[in-house]
Design a protein around this ligand. Structure first.
Ligand code: NDP
Length: 493
């Protein structure tokens, strides 16, 4: 008798309603799915860029037809407003289309110059898929985030096994169902569901690469597990993104966009704004503007709600502890306070003058809270923005100095006079440095990430001077030295 998997429930965090019940896949089941994906990987790679692009285009088109169903599932599993869910699906579709279209251009074979010493050789670099890529996804953007790995890995010729967060399995299974309807054959894209142990099993399986999105704490476990098999990893972790506001900034737009940057999706964005450093000459005006706008924000699940509940209830404790720490260290409230944390929801909280060593400034809060600290100049803002263990994204608001300030920030992505926009641009790499992870999804870099380079050389014709043989002549030695001298010997300054 086949042992039945245990199961778990996906629950709407806003209403407590059941969204669906899903199996907790065991290690043996994960290994079996990976083995099927491994077998399918040869045919998928052999299908070539054109064949894969056709399948990805069909998938993008089907998801466009099914956008409302997908958005509804995301809405119910995460609690986020339906319009935000729709936006997420739309951006995910864009990424699928981009990856399929540009893969041949980025990953096609490249001829490289062979140099004078090896001038008779033809040199080439080929990009080779890893076989099976394991994708471990988070709950905050349950389709947009994993698609940044799934679509790019598929376009590059890998098959994919995806383990979604235990909070958002339904949308992942829906994604898989849609794929099956357009898939040329079985085993190209599969979903395994379960908890952290299922994710751990994927990292221990025979995948050729893991792409993980989630907390830095779990990322370290994933990297350690992968290290035992020398499985390469891409890690997209959290952040503590800063917004820098110069005295010449358009304050009306800076306030409007920074509020969205900080509070959309209930602040549950890895690239969400958590800290603002504003020039003292415009600090009061900026604070007044953003607080006035934030007063209008209402969390909830129904019509008119601007953001939803904390998808993961345990996060409420983290948010509360950061607010309490900020206050205990002398921070002040511009809007809301500890009592803004309600059953499941957090109303907007804006704090000011919070000491830089408070957990509200140093750790990822992942809630609709924002710290606004005042600086004397933009150099101070840059120093404070960089004084973090993270390095994911940032935003700069300045009419004249945006590019200069952006160039000084130690992070993977910067928006100037805008927020978040890089995430929706297929051609741009997405990722961070330090505790925010390493490797990149999206863009050319994201496609390259899911392949390894294979160098291939062959002689185009034979020459009398051959260096890599025991039959090398003295004449060849002399000529070698002469060529190197000719090429590289110069007077040293
Ligand atoms: P985790 O990092 O714990 O989870 C992310 C994914 O990893 C989930 O699919 C999870 O599965 C899986 N996982 C958990 N343990 C393991 C393991 N040992 N090996 C492999 N995979 C594993 O994030 P949480 O959901 O617990 O969120 C905690 C915090 O992480 C948040 O408060 C936030 O600060 C941060 N976070 C950041 C995100 C980002 O986009 N950068 C996204 C999500 C969270 P399962 O959910 O089933 O346990």
């Amino acid at each position: 008798m086949v042992e039945r998997s245990k199961s778990f429930e996906s629950i709407n965090p806003a209403t407590g309603e059941l969204v669906g019940e899903f199996p907790i896949h065991s290690k043996a089941e994960v290994d079996a799915v990976v083995a099927t994906a491994q077998r399918a990987s040869y045919d998928w790679a052999n299908l070539g860029f054109r064949g894969r692009n056709l399948a990805l285009k069909d998938w993008a088109s089907l998801l466009t037809h099914e956008m409302e169903r997908a958005a509804d599932l995301i809405h119910r599993e995460t609690g986020k407003p339906i319009s935000d869910a729709r936006l997420e699906v739309a951006i995910a579709i864009e990424h699928i289309a981009w990856a399929g279209k540009y893969a041949p251009r980025i990953l096609g074979r490249q001829n490289r110059p062979s140099g004078l010493l090896m001038f008779n050789m033809a040199s080439q670099v080929q990009r080779v898929p890893f076989g099976v890529v394991g994708v471990i996804g988070p709950w905050n953007y349950p389709i947009f985030t994993p698609i940044g790995s799934i679509a790019y890995a598929l376009a590059a010729g890998n098959t994919v096994v995806f383990k979604p967060s235990e909070y958002t399995p339904a949308i992942a299974v829906f994604l898989e169902e849609c794929w099956r309807r357009v898939s040329p054959f079985h085993g190209i894209f599969s979903v395994v569901t379960g908890d952290g142990a299922t994710g751990a099993a994927l990292t221990e399986s025979a995948v050729g690469k893991i792409s993980f999105t989630g907390s830095t704490r779990t990322a370290k476990k994933v990297a350690a597990s992968c290290a035992t098999r020398m499985t390469p990893v891409v890690l997209e972790c959290g952040g503590k993104d800063a917004v820098l506001i110069d005295r010449d900034a358009d304050l009306e737009r800076a306030a409007e966009f920074t509020l969205w940057h900080a509070m959309s999706n209930a602040g549950q964005s890895c690239i969400g704004a958590e800290r603002v450093y504003v020039h003292r000459e415009v600090a009061d005006e900026f604070k007044n503007r953003i607080v006035a706008l934030a007063r209008e924000l209402k969390p909830g699940f129904g019509e008119g709600a601007k953001y939803g509940p904390a998808t993961m209830p345990a996060q409420l404790k983290v948010i509360k502890s950061h607010i309490e720490d900020a206050v205990a260290r002398g921070g002040t409230f511009l809007l809301g306070d500890q009592n803004s944390i309600k059953e499941g929801y957090v109303e907007p909280v804006i704090m000011a003058d919070v000491p830089e060593d408070s957990t509200a400034v140093t750790e990822e809060t992942f809630g609709p809270t924002l710290v606004i600290n005042t600086v004397s100049n933009m150099d101070e803002a840059v120093d404070l923005a960089n004084a973090t263990s993270f390095g994911l994204g940032a935003a700069v608001w300045s009419k004249k100095n945006g590019k200069r300030i952006a160039s000084l920030l130690q992070c993977g992505m910067v928006s100037i006079n805008s927020s978040f926009s890089f995430a929706a641009i297929g051609s741009l790499p997405f990722g961070g440095v330090r505790d925010s992870g390493y490797g990149r999804i999206h863009g050319a870099e994201g496609l390259l990430e899911f392949t390894y380079p294979r160098t291939v050389v062959r002689p185009r014709f034979r020459i009398p001077l051959e260096f890599t043989t025991f039959n090398r002549s003295e004449r060849a030695d002399r000529i070698l030295v002469r060529i190197v001298r000719l090429l590289h010997k110069r007077r040293i300054r």
